[in-house]
Unconditional design. Structure first.
Lengths: 113, 116
């Protein structure tokens, strides 16, 4: 089976740093996606990790540890517009589930002024 | 590129009526996914296609739901008859799978369905 866990809610203050964790138990794990979803909108792609380590993209960074089944999304210099749901999703190796993403329930981040 | 296109954006219908949701994937993409999102259950995969062929429909709730992809540029999700518990946001997403490109899924804007 596939199991993706992430916290339901987090809050932080504008200008701060927040880390959103995701743990996964995925047969044939291949890579880990992070998506951002603002209220009333569609999920949009943020990052993709397939190798261990940190990938940095401006204020956002994503980390993966394949041996620990763990990833996190790091958001720096938080802005009000970062208030959104952040979805973690795993892909599997090229087999019968090719192309499919297994999504977590999402972490609702609220940024306060 | 126009991105994934879905129609209608909003649909309000009465219980028992047939509902048809439409999706146009990004040109050149070979995978198409239908998702349903609710507060209670999060984002659920209903069915997905590869080169117009259904690969996995195990997420389709019951026989009232059906999906087709007659060609590479169009797919429909039909609910007949609809029930209030079908009220949700339905997303269509597409992706391109190859050895050179990651399997990022791009989502359409969604159809917000309300069944009264």
């Amino acid at each position: 089976g596939q199991n993706i866990d992430q916290p339901t809610e987090m809050t932080a203050t504008e200008g701060a740093i927040v880390q959103i964790n995701c743990t996964y138990q995925t047969s044939g794990f291949n890579g880990l996606f992070w998506y951002q979803q603002h209220a009333g909108e569609a999920p949009t792609f943020l990052s993709y990790n397939v190798l261990d380590g940190l990938e940095e993209k401006g204020r956002f960074s994503s980390f993966l540890s394949r041996s620990k089944g763990y990833s996190y999304l790091l958001l720096k210099e938080l802005q009000m517009k970062d208030s959104a749901s952040y979805l973690c999703a795993a892909t599997t190796d090229r087999g019968s589930t090719l192309g499919r993403l297994y999504f977590g329930r999402g972490t609702q981040l609220t940024v306060w002024p | 590129d126009a991105g994934v296109i879905q129609s209608p954006r909003h649909e309000v219908t009465e219980m028992g009526q047939e509902v048809t949701l439409r999706c146009k994937p990004i040109s050149g993409h070979d995978y198409l996914f239908w998702y349903r999102q609710t507060m209670m259950r999060g984002l659920e995969l209903l069915i997905y296609f590869n080169n117009n062929v259904p690969i996995d429909d195990s997420g389709m709730p019951e026989d009232r739901f059906s999906a087709k992809m007659p060609n590479a540029s169009f797919s429909t999700l039909k609910i007949q008859p609809s029930e209030p518990r079908d009220s949700a946001v339905y997303f269509c997403a597409s992706s391109l799978i190859s050895r050179l490109v990651t399997d990022t899924q791009y989502f359409g804007p969604g159809t917000r369905l309300t069944v009264l």
